[in-house]
Design a protein around this ligand. Structure first.
Ligand SMILES: Nc1ncnc2c1ncn2[C@@H]1O[C@H](COP(=O)(O)OP(=O)(O)O)[C@@H](O)[C@H]1O
Ligand SMILES: Cc1ncc(COP(=O)(O)OP(=O)(O)O)c(N)n1
Length: 232
């Protein structure tokens, strides 16, 4: 039987903790086929974001069209979208889809844990006007919720850290929204998918809490560890 297909539309993190790397490994962990549309390349590590290079909007749309023309996409997750043009054009493209529209999870990546601003005021305005209204679920953290003007919308699910003591939490927001999209693609309703996504992230944070990768906030684990017998 085919796995459900989920697309992430997001940026890269050269340190492998957040963005596309987190999304695709989370999809693999949760049994969905992951496709990816790259919106920006970031030079980033566990200590912060050094540089951002946005991908031109037409190239973002070309990637998305290639995926949508060929694969039976069950769900789409958006992460860092990098420019207002990309937010607006993507929203227009998604609103215009014919047939059964894929479930849409919007993770409005605007501020990284390191404090780096990943979305300008123009990006915020484009989200509010164009993308939030068509999302099934929007998953801002507290800072992003504030940046968006605390929208009073039924589809907004504000994420709020948790009680696992760890500094290895870089990529948790990406992992959480990807898990949510994967569970929706498996056919779960929104409340159940959200509860499962919380549980998945909690388990992954436990797995990586004693890691000592990097000089800053280390990556959350995205996959499950294999036993030595499974690796050999
Ligand atoms: N320390 C933690 N303990 C348990 N769960 C956590 C912890 N940090 C994050 N989570 C889970 O991950 C989700 C996203 O985390 P959050 O910190 O809001 O994301 P972001 O990385 O975007 O700031 C939370 O809703 C929660 O389910
Ligand atoms: C390329 C890229 N995308 C998203 C983020 C933000 O990641 P997120 O998991 O929401 O939060 P932090 O790990 O930064 O707290 C990013 N840093 N880079």
């Amino acid at each position: 039987m085919n796995p459900p297909v989920v697309v992430t539309i997001a940026g890269t993190d050269s340190g492998g903790a957040a963005g596309i790397a987190a999304d695709l490994t989370t999809f693999a962990a949760l049994g969905v086929h992951g496709a990816c549309v790259v919106t920006a390349v970031t030079a980033q590590d566990t200590t912060g974001v050094r540089a951002v290079h946005p991908v031109p909007t037409q190239m973002v749309l070309a990637q998305l069209d290639a995926v949508l023309d060929d694969l039976p996409v069950a769900a789409i997750k958006t992460g860092m979208l990098a420019s207002p043009e990309t937010v607006v054009c993507l929203s227009t493209r998604l609103r215009g889809l014919s047939g059964t529209r894929p479930r849409l999870v919007v993770d409005p990546v605007l501020v990284a844990t390191s404090g780096a601003v990943l979305g300008s005021a123009e990006v915020v305005a484009a989200y509010r006007e164009h993308l939030l209204p068509i999302a099934d679920v929007v998953t801002p953290n507290e800072d992003e919720f504030d940046a968006l003007g605390r929208p009073d919308l039924a589809n907004v699910l504000v994420t709020r850290g948790g009680d696992i003591p760890t500094t290895n939490d870089h990529g948790t927001g990406c992992t959480h929204s990807s898990a949510l999209a994967a569970y929706l693609a498996h056919g779960l309703d929104r409340a159940t998918a959200a509860a499962r996504a919380d549980a998945f992230v909690a388990r992954q944070l436990h797995l990586s809490k004693d890691w000592t990768l990097g000089r800053g906030r280390g990556p959350v684990a995205h996959l499950h560890p294999l036993t030595p017998g499974e690796i050999a």
